[in-house]
Ligand binder design. Structure first.
Ligand code: SF4
Length: 397
């Protein structure tokens, strides 16, 4: 059944609570829902209902298009001066024997390994270490751009930027301008976790605050540049904290328009200091994607990392507001496996990713970092794909 028809049925269903119908009407009219309505959805809305609303918005914005990109990760270090309770990745400096910290040369070797490969982006992410300062990262970005000018440098988060700018005694505006001049082209969404201080204090004490995170993105947007935003959900936060988080992002987006994508990240409880906190169910993951799609009306894209939530859940998420499932990956990244992701060796070729999207009747679009279309795979048939065979039925008299 057509999504708008389903939405119309919801609005006219006398058995549904009035608030359900009011929110459905708002969605159909393209109106923004309020903070209280967001909390209401988390508390009372069923998965099926949320799916209809989120899918309506998703298809209005993107039709069946489902985006992915071809990138690789460069992870300078897993040592970190901070000690976030949920972090399965970082090894504190005192546990150095379990960690790595790449030199400039080693980092450039990682980049060179992809020479000739059809990747469009390097995503640089890792821990925070004193030796990686403003001068180091500026030199790294410049060296990458000199080596491969067309490779988009998406790097670091306000957690690193706050740390290195403070150390260099420069303000955010000056720092971000320096980074841009050095070759930085966009900022990924990490380090946001949960903004509300009640929760942030408990899980990510000491690193940049919510206001600092938002201010760094704002300065970056003022330079005409784009970034993403994440939310770490499903641990000790309450529904109100999730809506508060999205509300702060929505407000900044109203001001700057610089965010491209909102990425809800599921809390995983392996190998970290919060192993006693149970993980939420796949149903809650899908509800969360859907509510994010409904609430974040001024964000173009909602992304799910297939490696983190599994291929099947990623396929399902495409009916719950998600229009981007990240990208092809080789299995060099450690972030997913160390965090107890569904995929312990997250490798997926373009052909696999295209097939995954087509299996659920969506259109696979390879994008670059800024969502320019690189290849529309809707009608592409790969050479080794098994073509459907047609048999002539015998005529039986
Ligand atoms: S989440 Fe980031 S800042 Fe926090 S400990 Fe892990 S690597 Fe460090």
């Amino acid at each position: 059944m057509d999504t708008s028809l389903k939405l119309a049925l919801i609005q006219n269903d006398p058995d549904l609570p009035e608030m359900h119908r009011t929110i459905a009407l708002k969605v159909q009219n393209g109106e923004r829902i309020t903070f209280d309505e967001g909390v209401y959805l988390y508390q009372h809305a069923e998965l099926g209902y949320l799916g209809v609303l989120a899918n309506f918005i998703r298809e209005l914005k993107h039709g069946d298009h489902t985006y992915f990109n071809r990138n690789f990760h460069l992870e300078p270090t897993n040592l970190c001066v901070y000690d976030c309770k949920f972090c399965s990745y970082s090894r504190l400096i005192k546990q150095k024997e379990e960690g790595w910290a790449l030199s400039m040369e080693e980092m450039l070797d990682v980049v060179k390994k992809y020479d000739g490969e059809p990747v469009t982006e390097v995503h640089i992410v890792g821990g925070v270490l004193p030796q990686y300062d403003v001068a180091f990262y500026s030199a790294l970005f410049t060296a990458i751009k000199e080596h491969r000018p067309e490779l988009h440098v998406k790097a670091l988060t306000p957690v690193e930027y706050h740390y290195i700018f403070k150390k260099a005694k420069i303000d955010y505006a000056t720092g971000m301008k320096l980074m841009k001049d050095a070759g930085l082209e966009s900022i990924p969404g990490g380090g946001a976790e949960i903004f509300h201080p009640e929760i942030r204090e408990q899980i990510a004490k000491d690193k940049c605050t919510a206001d600092q995170w938002l201010e760094i993105h704002e300065e970056w947007h003022k330079l005409g540049m784009r970034s993403n935003a994440t939310m770490l959900y499903g641990h000790i936060e309450k529904f109100e904290h999730r809506v508060d988080h999205m509300e702060r992002l929505r407000q900044l987006q109203d001001k700057t328009g610089g965010f491209q994508t909102f990425i809800p990240l599921k809390f995983r409880n392996q190998h970290n200091q919060m192993s006693n906190v149970p993980e939420v169910s796949v149903i809650e993951d899908l509800r969360n994607y859907a509510i994010a799609r409904i609430y974040m009306d001024n964000f173009d894209h909602i992304k799910a990392y297939w490696a983190m939530i599994s291929r099947q859940t990623a396929q399902l998420s495409l009916n719950f507001g998600v229009d981007d499932i990240d990208g092809t990956l080789d299995d060099t990244t450690k972030i997913y496996s160390m965090a107890g992701a569904e995929e312990q060796t997250p490798a997926m070729s373009t052909q696999d990713l295209v097939a995954l999207i087509k299996q659920v009747k969506r259109k696979p679009i390879e994008r670059d970092t800024l969502y320019n279309v690189v290849t529309d795979y809707t009608d592409v048939v790969f050479e080794n794909e098994v073509k459907p065979q047609f048999y002539k039925l015998p005529v039986i008299n």
